[in-house]
Each structure stands twice: as structure tokens, then as C-alpha cells.
Design a protein around this ligand. Structure first.
Ligand SMILES: *[C@@H]1O[C@H](CO)[C@@H](O)[C@H](O)[C@H]1NC(C)=O
Ligand SMILES: *[C@@H]1O[C@H](CO)[C@@H](O)[C@H](O)[C@H]1NC(C)=O
Ligand SMILES: *[C@@H]1O[C@H](CO)[C@@H](O)[C@H](O)[C@H]1NC(C)=O
Ligand SMILES: *[C@@H]1O[C@H](CO)[C@@H](O)[C@H](O)[C@H]1NC(C)=O
Length: 458
């Protein structure tokens, strides 16, 4: 220990004498002390030079928060003079110049200054001056906090304010914190804290405030001390009313059930205290209470037609109620197998669309191809269909048929079926021949009206 001290000294002094930079001959591990009232406190100092090789002279003094300053101890290596007022109160620790306060009181708060002059034997005339300040606070540990609530009874949502108070019998500089279900609470538009956080005003109380409250009290000398838990009960609701059933098929507010089926309905709503439920049938002109309680049992064969039901939930403390209405329809829902087929059919529209699209594309292609062979279409169409329709129909005279008769002459003008097809396709390549054909058609049209006009005149 002494050897390392000497080494440190040598390094330090070499540095000191070479650069005149200050080096630490004393070290104070803690510059702030939170003392407990009635307990001793050591203002610890570590000397980093061999006391044997030096002469020291120094003081400990105390500055109170008020500003008054007192010199507590004056010391040299050989002698210690403690202020007579503090002889029983303070103890100067001889080898390392630490100071012990025997029994802390509120008066001991403040700043403690250590002033130390060191003169080494081998460097007489060179005085090294060290100054340090240690801050001391004195606190009373916190006793268990007590949590209270006003009003003490359960409250109704939106209609009441609740004040929670936290207090401790003992403790200085106490800081309070509030927890609901172990989650710390901060100020909000409904949560108002007093200056020291000792009271929490909830105004107004809501459903979400329901829970278990704690307060935590702490100060510099006491870790957080938890109060006992306090339950805040808030009456609310009903909220989120809904009717459910395991059976039947639900579509919005319509339940469809199979004939002969026994169906249970369950009415649920979030509420404190629990709701009272009433089931009402609205099938006839007059509404009728048919059941009380959250469950309703319906035998489908008892239903003549679609019936309307209503579940009413009522919270007799908040005096609020909510209703859910639904229609019950009895219809054959089919077996599971049929259901499966139905599911299968739900895919079929897609298939139908695909088939339709393909068909349309096919038609368009066909149309395009046929269009490129326009003359053929006209001629072939005439050739193939004309005689048939002619055969089917009874003889008719009249102008309205004349348009249909145009083609027949056209056919006459072409020598043969096979030949006509060949000609028409070839004609695509040779515009002249197409023109020829058109000429032929035109001629025919021009000649047609003569015959019908005859018949009309007759
Ligand atoms: C200083 O000396 C006192 C009394 O001998 C001792 O209790 C304390 O631990 C010492 N402190 C340091 C930092 O060495
Ligand atoms: C709750 O506090 C608000 C103000 O924050 C006040 O207006 C209201 O009257 C109080 N309600 C009750 C029931 O005390
Ligand atoms: C409220 O309803 C409950 C049943 O849900 C019943 O036990 C209680 O007596 C009712 N209270 C009042 C004040 O009507
Ligand atoms: C139902 O009420 C209507 C008028 O609200 C009335 O004309 C009708 O007679 C009532 N039907 C029955 C079955 O009560």
C-alpha cells in the first residue's frame, strides 16, 4: 500500500514539478451524501500521498443552506482542534482526514469544505493546496404510505369525480407516484395531480378508471414504498350489446334456421354491474316479453313466419339500456353437403366468365377471319341459307320480302358452289374481280323492286 502510494507520489510529483499541473493528492469517493436522520455519516477522504513524507495543515468547515459558515475542525498531523460546540458530534479520522458526523440532524445539512495544505519534506517551501466540497442532505425515511379514496363507495361513470389521496406518517421530501394495475399514471385531461402528487383527482370517472390503485412514496433515503392496493369500482354500460347463436345462419340481423331446429340465442353486453336481460317478441302487433336472462330458446316449428326478436340489456345502476333486434327466418338451409355444392358454385362464376371470354375471343377471331373473306361470306351465306328458308316459308308476295330476295339473283349469276367460293377468296387478291362481283350485286338489287311493285299494284 505504502509502496504504491510512493510510486503514485513519485509519478505525481514528477508531473507536478515538471508541468506545474495539479495532481490529485486526495480523493473523495462521494461528493453528495444523502444521510439518514439519527444515523452517523462518514465524509470519506482518501489520501494519495505518504503522510510520513509530508506535513499537513487543514480545516473542515460547514456552510448551512442559510449561508452561515462554521469552521468545525482545524488539524495538523500532530494536533486536531474541534469546535467546542461539536466535540461530541463530530469525529475527525486521524490518518486519512475523513470526518464522521455521529448522529445526523436536520442542522447538519449543507456543504462541507475540506481545505488541505501539503508540504513534502524533500520539497520544503512548496505548499500544495487541495480544496473539496461535499454536499450533505438529511432525510427521514418514508413510512408506509396510506391510500384513501373519496367517495369510498363505487361510483357511476360520467356522473362522479373521485379523489385519491396518498399520505405518509414519516418522511421528508416525499415524492408520490400513482399506479393503476401496476401501470404508472400521468396527468391527463381527466387526471389532476396536486403539487406534490399526493392527491389524484379523476374528473369525471370513466369505465377505464376501474382497477386496482397503489401509491408509491419515496425520498432520497427510502426506495419506493408501496401502499396497500385500493379497488376503484366504476359502474358503467351496457356497451357492445350483441346477440349470438351457435346454430343457424346469420346474415346481418337475420338468422335463418332449419325447420324443426331448436336454437339458443345468447345476448351479451359489457356492463358493471351485470345487465339484466329481457327478450321481447315483436312478431305480432303488440310486443311481448317472452323471456328474462341472457339466453333465449326458440323452437322453429312454433314460428309461423319470420319473427322479430329484441334483446334489451338494462343496467339498473347506471340506468342505461341498449337493445339489439334481429329477425328469425325458418327456411331449409340444407345439409352440409349441399352447402359444399353451394360453395362450389361460388367458384363457377369465375369459370363462366373465363368460358364466356374465350367464346367472345373465338367469335371475334372468327368474325375477323370471315371479314377478310367478305365476298365469300355473302355469297356462301346466300347459297346455303336461302333455298332452305325459301322452302320453309309459304309463298308470300309483298314488298317487305324483297330485301331477302336480293341474294337469289346473285347466286344465279355465279356458275357453281365450289367455284363461287374459289372466286370469292381469290377476289381478295384481285380488286378488279371484287369490283366485278359488286357490280353484279348492284345489278341484281336494281332489278329487284320491279317484281314486288307488280304484286303491290295487284
Ligand atoms: C479513513 O479512516 C477511518 C478510520 O480509521 C476509516 O474508518 C475509513 O475507512 C478510512 N477511509 C478511507 C477512505 O480510507
Ligand atoms: C366533478 O368535477 C367537475 C370539475 O372538475 C365539476 O364541474 C363537477 O360538478 C364535479 N362533479 C361532481 C359530481 O362532483
Ligand atoms: C339490479 O339488478 C340485479 C339483477 O341484475 C338485482 O339483483 C338488483 O336487486 C337490482 N337492483 C336494483 C336497485 O334494482
Ligand atoms: C295491428 O295494428 C294495426 C294498426 O296499427 C291494426 O289495424 C290491426 O288490426 C292490428 N292487427 C292485429 C292482429 O292486432
Amino acid at each position: 500500500m505504502e509502496a504504491t502510494g510512493r510510486t503514485a507520489l513519485h509519478v505525481c510529483c514528477v508531473l507536478f514539478f515538471l508541468t506545474e499541473a495539479s495532481c490529485e493528492f486526495i480523493h473523495i469517493p462521494s461528493l453528495v451524501h444523502h444521510g439518514i436522520e439519527g444515523k452517523p455519516l462518514l465524509l470519506s477522504v482518501e489520501t494519495r500521498f505518504p503522510l510520513d513524507d509530508a506535513e499537513i495543515q487543514g480545516t473542515w468547515s460547514h456552510t448551512r443552506p442559510s449561508g452561515s459558515r462554521t469552521t468545525l475542525v482545524t488539524f495538523t498531523k500532530e494536533a486536531t482542534i474541534t469546535h467546542m460546540m461539536y466535540r461530541d458530534h463530530l469525529r475527525f479520522e486521524k490518518p486519512n482526514v475523513s470526518l464522521t458526523i455521529q448522529k445526523l440532524g436536520q442542522d447538519d445539512e449543507g456543504d462541507y469544505h475540506l481545505s488541505l495544505n501539503i508540504e513534502f519534506h524533500n520539497k520544503t517551501g512548496v505548499v500544495i493546496k487541495e480544496e473539496r466540497t461535499v454536499r450533505v442532505t438529511v432525510d427521514v425515511p418514508v413510512s408506509s404510505p396510506v391510500i384513501e379514496k373519496n367517495p369510498t363507495y363505487a361510483v357511476v361513470e360520467d356522473k362522479a369525480n373521485v379523489t385519491l389521496t396518498c399520505s405518509t406518517q414519516r418522511g421528508t421530501r416525499v415524492v408520490f407516484q400513482w399506479l393503476r394495475d401496476n401501470i404508472p399514471l400521468g396527468p391527463s385531461d381527466r387526471y389532476h395531480f396536486s403539487q406534490d402528487n399526493a392527491t389524484l383527482l379523476i374528473s369525471p370517472v370513466r369505465k377505464e378508471d376501474k382497477g386496482t390503485y397503489h401509491c408509491v412514496a419515496s425520498n432520497p433515503v427510502s426506495p419506493g414504498r408501496h401502499s396497500r392496493s385500493l379497488e376503484l369500482n366504476v359502474y358503467y354500460g351496457p356497451y357492445n350489446l350483441e346477440v349470438n347463436s351457435d346454430q343457424g345462419l346469420r346474415t346481418g340481423e337475420v338468422f335463418t334456421i332449419n325447420p324443426g331446429q331448436l336454437v339458443f340465442f345468447e345476448c351479451q353486453a359489457d356492463s358493471n354491474p351485470p345487465n339484466s336481460y329481457v327478450w321481447i317478441s315483436k312478431s305480432r302487433n303488440s310486443t311481448k316479453v317472452i323471456n328474462e336472462g341472457p339466453r333465449l330458446e326458440v323452437l322453429s316449428y312454433r314460428l309461423a313466419q319470420a319473427e322479430e326478436y329484441l334483446c334489451r340489456a338494462f343496467n339498473n345502476v347506471t340506468e342505461k339500456q341498449d337493445e339489439a333486434q334481429f329477425t328469425l327466418v325458418v327456411a331449409s338451409l340444407g345439409t352440409g353437403k349441399e352447402k359444399h355444392t353451394q360453395e362450389g358454385s361460388s367458384v363457377s362464376p369465375l369459370a363462366a366468365i373465363t368460358v364466356c371470354s374465350l367464346f367472345i375471343i373465338g367469335c371475334m377471331l372468327l368474325f375477323f377471319l370471315r371479314r377478310t373473306c367478305h365476298p365469300k361470306r355473302v355469297l356462301m351465306g346466300i347459297y346455303n341459307s336461302r333455298p332452305l328458308s325459301e322452302q320453309k316459308r309459304p309463298h308470300r308476295s309483298g314488298h317487305e320480302d324483297a330485301t331477302e330476295d336480293f341474294g337469289i339473283y346473285e347466286f344465279v349469276s355465279i356458275p357453281g358452289k365450289m367455284e363461287s367460293a374459289q372466286v370469292s377468296c381469290r377476289s381478295l387478291a384481285h380488286l378488279e374481280s371484287v369490283q366485278d362481283m359488286h357490280t353484279t350485286i348492284y345489278d341484281v338489287i336494281r332489278h329487284v323492286p320491279e317484281t314486288p311493285s307488280h304484286s303491290l299494284l295487284k
